[in-house]
Design a protein around this ligand. Structure first.
Ligand code: SF4
Length: 312
């Protein structure tokens, strides 16, 4: 029979429960002669005669089990998995503040010619979203100035899904030349436009998974399309500038080999409220200061905090 009692030693954090006369967990199987059932009167006499010894009334030691039940508060604490402290680069806040200072004039090419500046603001929302996606597809491996020129020529003819599908490939190639890989892009733009017309009513899909399923659309474009076209922060858009600078500044726990690896490494520690800012900030910084070849470390406010500065 269980009889709960309060322990004066630790009454606040736990309840002590005593169990007597019952089997305790871990007490093992009942042994012969242990805690027998009470004998009936006749049986006791017979047993005494059989052993030729007087029947002694022995005091049986009653087993007392003490178990502790955790209080609700303790149970909650125990249920929580141990959290590993989140790794973050040592000086990232100062490095970020320095980059913001260096970028305060907002006069890098990306500030005037990025995807958010290439669409026709007077077009319908659906057409604007299509134009954002097109400018992102054109921009890969291409300078912002070249992308902006191609977008101007396309817009002058009316940049809609229907118009692109009615334009033959050679004309489309002439309009977008000299963007990088323009022949492949003609093919991808036609294929993607056909899918948008058939499956999305001429609009662009509103998820990263559906966007990256379109021909010629990669993860960086998908995250930027989500941000610029749909106003949703779905992840950090990492291109070659962001990939390079994150590694130079030590913003990845270990060296990363691809923009996708860098995206995962940054998203593991960078506060989410900074995700939408980081692409434009670092792309412009990469265009003006932390360039791929011959970065201008002497003019960089992060020189003393940059692990890569000594080796460049
Ligand atoms: S010190 Fe040099 S390598 Fe480091 S962030 Fe500045 S420009 Fe880039």
């Amino acid at each position: 029979m269980c009889s709960p009692q309060k322990s004066g030693m630790n009454a606040l954090s736990m309840r002590m429960v005593t169990r007597s006369g019952s089997r305790c967990p871990g007490a093992g199987p009942r042994r012969h002669g242990e805690d027998p059932a009470p004998l009936q009167k006749g049986e006791a006499v017979a047993e005494g005669k059989q052993s030729h010894r007087p029947v002694k009334h022995q005091r049986k030691a009653r087993r007392l089990c003490v178990a502790y039940e955790a209080s609700d508060g303790e149970k909650d604490k125990r249920a929580e998995p141990l959290k590993e402290p989140v790794w973050e680069p040592q000086d990232w806040q100062q490095q970020l503040a320095n980059i913001r200072t260096m970028r305060s004039r907002k006069d890098a090419p990306v500030d005037q010619l990025g995807a958010e500046h290439c669409y026709d603001p007077s077009a319908s929302p659906k057409v604007r979203r299509y134009q954002v996606l097109l400018s992102l597809m054109l921009s890969s491996q291409t300078k912002d100035q070249v992308t902006a020129g191609a977008m101007q020529r396309l817009r002058a003819r009316g940049l809609t899904v229907d118009n692109i599908l009615q334009t033959d490939d050679s004309m489309l190639g002439q309009l977008i030349y000299p963007v990088g890989f323009w022949r492949n892009k003609v093919k991808y733009i036609k294929q993607t436009s056909a899918i948008l017309q058939q499956r999305y009513g001429g609009d662009i899909p509103a998820s990263v998974a559906e966007l990256v399923a379109l021909p010629g659309v990669g993860p960086k474009m998908a995250h930027l399309a989500m941000a610029v076209a749909w106003g949703t922060v779905s992840g950090i858009a990492v291109d070659t500038h962001v990939h390079r600078i994150a590694n130079r500044l030590g913003w990845t726990r270990r060296a990363t080999k691809s923009p996708e690896e860098t995206r995962a490494a940054l998203e593991a520690w960078l506060p989410r409220e900074l995700w939408s800012e980081i692409n434009g900030l670092l792309v412009g910084f990469g265009q003006q200061t932390c360039q791929p070849v011959h970065p201008r470390c002497g003019a960089c406010l992060n020189q003393a905090l940059c692990p890569a500065a000594q080796g460049l």
